[in-house]
Design a protein around this ligand. Structure first.
Ligand SMILES: Cc1cc2nc3c(=O)[nH]c(=O)nc-3n(C[C@H](O)[C@H](O)[C@H](O)COP(=O)(O)OP(=O)(O)OC[C@H]3O[C@@H](n4cnc5c(N)ncnc54)[C@H](O)[C@@H]3O)c2cc1C
Length: 326
């Protein structure tokens, strides 16, 4: 008996498949069946190379110009279509905002539950899974209903690995059977960093700012440090709820989960809901006036002091080393 495939929704940017989708593809191979991908919209050719490296056997590609821009319900519709055409046992998406949104629509269309943030899946009768809840601080065991079993993969719970042997994925175009309502909410424009900058979830360096930064106009030194290190800005919820910075920059349980090589946390106390988003950082440098702040006690390195004095000194030293300024 040929095992049923696992279908993975693969998000992509101009640079290729997103890091979280690559994690979902690596995760999909642990289920045991052949891995298929669903790629929506026009995509760079690097995506196919990445899918080959991940051992993907078939790529389902809906042929419809209306799918050029992201629309969660339309993407879910084609995911349901591709799952049914391929006889998929499971449909997976990354633990990303789009992954969650598309799978929620797919669940509604199939009248089926979605298990979010899975870290492990075991096939059998029924399938069971382990998933993160409460911002990753608690693991829950659950049984999954299906087929198809619908799930998202917990972000940064999987290390991306190439398949043992690369494949030559077969591209299977199909005609999207969209309903008018599926395009009722569609992305029309992207502004700000997300338009072309480094993605927070996949950034190698994140410079974080919290209440200690002091106000909307005081992020200049943090942004400069992020630029100098090739990283991005991330913030605490206090910062977004004050309206100092946009919500898409928030790190934490109700924001983005990050896993950078270096997280420079400036004026952030390290509340449990914030730590839920940065606990996968490989190295944390805390800059804080309070030596007892939880972020300082969790950090690998800490500078105890006013961030508005410490950051200009770090930036000046980095500029000096690059020979750009005195
Ligand atoms: C359901 C729920 C979900 C939540 N989700 C999130 C989430 O996703 N992300 C998140 O971040 N929070 C989240 N929170 C909020 C969280 O509990 C904290 O309130 C928040 O993280 C605190 O933000 P902060 O560290 O910036 O501020 P504070 O806790 O006020 O800390 C400010 C820090 O700055 C330091 N400081 C002050 N001035 C300076 C200075 N000049 N130089 C250096 N250091 C200075 C202080 O010593 C302090 O440590 C959530 C809360 C709830 C209830």
């Amino acid at each position: 008996v040929t095992a049923a495939p696992t279908l993975v929704l693969v998000e992509h940017t101009a640079a290729g498949a997103t890091p979280l989708s690559m994690e979902a593809l690596t995760f999909a191979r642990t289920i045991g069946g052949p891995v298929h991908a669903l790629v929506v919209g026009s995509h760079p050719s690097t995506v196919l190379d990445q899918l080959a490296e991940q051992g993907v056997e078939a790529v389902h590609h809906p042929d419809d110009p209306r799918l050029g821009q992201f629309a969660a319900a339309a993407w879910a519709r084609v995911a349901v279509q591709a799952a049914s055409a391929s006889g998929a046992d499971a449909v997976l998406a990354a633990g990303s905002p789009r992954g969650f949104e598309v799978m929620a629509h797919a669940g509604a269309m199939l009248d089926a539950p979605v298990a979010a943030n899975c870290t492990q899946v075991r096939t059998g009768q029924p399938w069971t899974a382990t998933r993160q809840i409460m911002g990753g601080s608690v693991l829950e065991e659950l049984t999954l209903s299906g087929p198809p079993h619908l799930l998202t993969v917990a972000s940064h719970a999987v290390v991306v690995e190439p398949a043992d042997a690369p494949t030559q994925p077969e591209v299977r175009p199909f005609t999207a059977a969209l309903r008018d309502d599926d395009l009722a909410a569609q992305l029309v424009a992207v502004e700000g960093d997300a338009a072309g900058g480094v993605d927070l979830a996949g950034a190698k360096v994140v410079v974080g700012g919290g209440r200690g930064v002091g106000g909307a106009d005081s992020f200049g030194e943090l942004i400069e440090l992020a630029d100098q290190l090739g990283g991005v800005l991330g913030v605490s919820r206090v910062v977004t709820s004050q309206g100092w910075r946009p919500h898409h920059e928030q790190v934490g349980q109700t924001g983005t989960k990050i896993a950078p090589d270096l997280y420079v946390a400036c004026g952030i106390s390290g509340a449990i809901q914030h730590m839920a988003g940065c606990q996968s950082a490989k190295t944390i440098l805390a800059i804080n006036t309070d030596a007892d702040a939880p972020m300082v006690t969790r950090a690998d390195y800490a500078v105890i002091g006013d961030l508005h004095a410490v950051l200009p000194a770090i930036n000046a030293e980095l500029r000096r080393r690059r020979g750009q300024a005195g």
